[in-house]
Design a protein around this ligand. Structure first.
Ligand code: JJW
Length: 447
């Protein structure tokens, strides 16, 4: 028998995000976000789904926290909805919005679960989008002010803060590919948005230090691993570009204070540039305390002239995929973590998201999601390999505690270890929940 034993000090947890679980879209003075608008625009989200009710966690957080306690996690990652705190993005604070997060955070702490809080998980106040959204530098100031308000409100209760979730998604996926809110398709706009998001991140980190807030701050980019199909120069370079879009574009400015030339040059050929002003790079370069990593998938890929933005294609054949069509690629998880350590140093890392989509439904009260258990096991082994290889892993949070609103896929794609019946809002623990619970008791995997 083979035993994979994890070190004792790792924090284990689960993650969610405000718009995906809360519902209560019009409750207690919440303003609209770009996701309300996008989801209600016909054709943008599968089946016309939206987050008006979602998992109704706004009203059921006590039940959800009871599930977390039963699961035995150390840490829960949630996000704060900016439009609950500032319904118009700026101006006066909505105390009822702060009160809701006080109830959630107090309940977590009372149950011995540490909150990890994301400030921006994509729900930009619509009123700010009406003035240009992240293309407008005034949104940066509004974000820093919102962050300051929230830091002061929860100082002492929350010890782990994340500025941005997956800035690649809120910039390129949302403004170049157009699949997420606000749904633009303009590369220059997407590059502007990415830059302004990262300035907002950096200025928020500075504000956090200036206010001397207790605890640690970082951000949570999503990464993929692109393995070159062959050792041909053109395949290797195409993979480098594709990878750099997720990794270097969002890491080099933070860790090195500059954008990666491989993509700066590539974008320049397309007539697109980063509009850098004095002080921008210095702000983005502010030292962070930890790095959040979201990892789901990767692929073997190669050069193909004219394909996509980077003359690059995926060769996905032969990989098992989850129910959202993403390759199951646990080796990529190990490789990307070692790559990040070698390139950016020994920064403490929390895996802020890792999980899988399987749409298993309850049968006689049991959800037999064996695919998710296999995925979890394989990725935990990769995580363990990375720890053994010296990657400074501090925690692992699985996506997600609950089935929830999976953005453009609506409710059709389930990532939870707890099943949610969207008609009755009933929660059913899946077999993966019990597997994770058992794993958390011992911190070992027997193979
Ligand atoms: C890429 C679709 C063309 C979420 C993508 C679509 C078109 C190249 C899951 N992470 O719900 C990435 N998630 O809220 C945050 N992560 O491209 C949390 N990334 O591609 C989860 C979706 C995603 C994506 C979805």
């Amino acid at each position: 028998m083979t035993i994979i034993q994890f070190p004792e000090n790792i924090k284990w947890g689960a993650a969610t995000a405000s718009y995906q679980i809360e519902g209560a879209a019009n409750k207690d003075g919440r303003g609209l976000s770009i996701w309300d608008t996008f989801a209600k625009t016909p054709g943008k989200v599968l089946n016309g789904d939206h987050g008006d009710v979602a998992c109704d966690s706004y009203h059921r957080y006590e039940e959800d926290i009871a599930l977390m306690k039963e699961l035995g996690i150390d840490m829960y990652r949630l996000s704060i909805a900016w439009p609950r705190i500032f319904p118009k993005g700026k101006g006066s604070v909505n105390q009822l919005g702060l009160d809701y997060y006080h109830r959630v955070i107090d309940c977590l702490i009372a149950n011995g679960i540490e909150p990890m809080v994301t400030l921006y998980h994509w729900d930009l106040p619509q009123a700010l989008q009406d003035e240009g959204g992240w293309d407008n530098r005034e949104t940066i100031d509004a974000f820093v002010h919102y962050a300051e308000t929230v830091f002061q409100a929860f100082n002492g209760k929350v010890k782990h803060w994340i500025t941005l979730n997956e800035p690649w998604c809120s910039s390129f996926l949302s403004n170049f590919i157009g699949a997420h809110a606000p749904g633009n398709q303009d590369l220059q706009l997407a590059v502007n948005v990415a830059h302004h998001l990262m300035i907002a991140h950096g200025k928020t980190v500075k504000k956090f230090r200036e206010l001397d807030i207790d605890g640690e701050i970082g951000y949570a980019p999503n990464v993929e691993w692109n393995e070159a199909y062959s050792n041909k120069e053109e395949d290797i370079k195409a993979c480098k570009r594709a990878s750099a879009w997720f990794i270097e574009w969002f890491f080099d400015p933070v860790f090195k204070g500059e954008y990666p030339s491989i993509l700066v040059d590539w974008f320049k050929k397309k007539g697109v540039q980063v509009n850098i002003e004095d002080g921008d790079m210095e702000a983005i370069h502010s030292p962070i305390d930890f790095l959040g990593i979201n990892y789901y998938t990767g692929s073997v890929s190669r050069y193909k002239e004219g394909e996509g933005l980077f003359d690059h294609e995926r060769v996905d054949k032969g990989y098992d995929q989850t129910d959202i069509g993403w390759n199951i690629y646990p080796e990529g998880f190990y490789h990307v973590l070692v790559y990040i350590k070698e390139k950016y140093g020994d920064i403490p890392i929390y895996i802020t998201e890792n999980g899988s989509c399987y749409n298993d439904e309850p049968v006689d009260g049991k959800v037999n999601d064996t695919g998710r258990i296999d995925y979890l096991k394989q990725h935990l082994i990769s995580l363990h390999r990375s720890i053994e290889s010296g990657v400074n892993i501090k925690g692992y949070l699985t996506w997600s505690l609950l089935d929830n609103f999976e953005w453009a896929e609506g409710y059709s794609k389930r990532f939870g270890i707890v099943h949610v019946n969207y008609r009755t809002l009933e929660r059913t623990k899946k077999e993966s929940f019990y597997w994770y619970q058992k794993f958390l008791e011992t911190n070992w995997i027997k193979l």
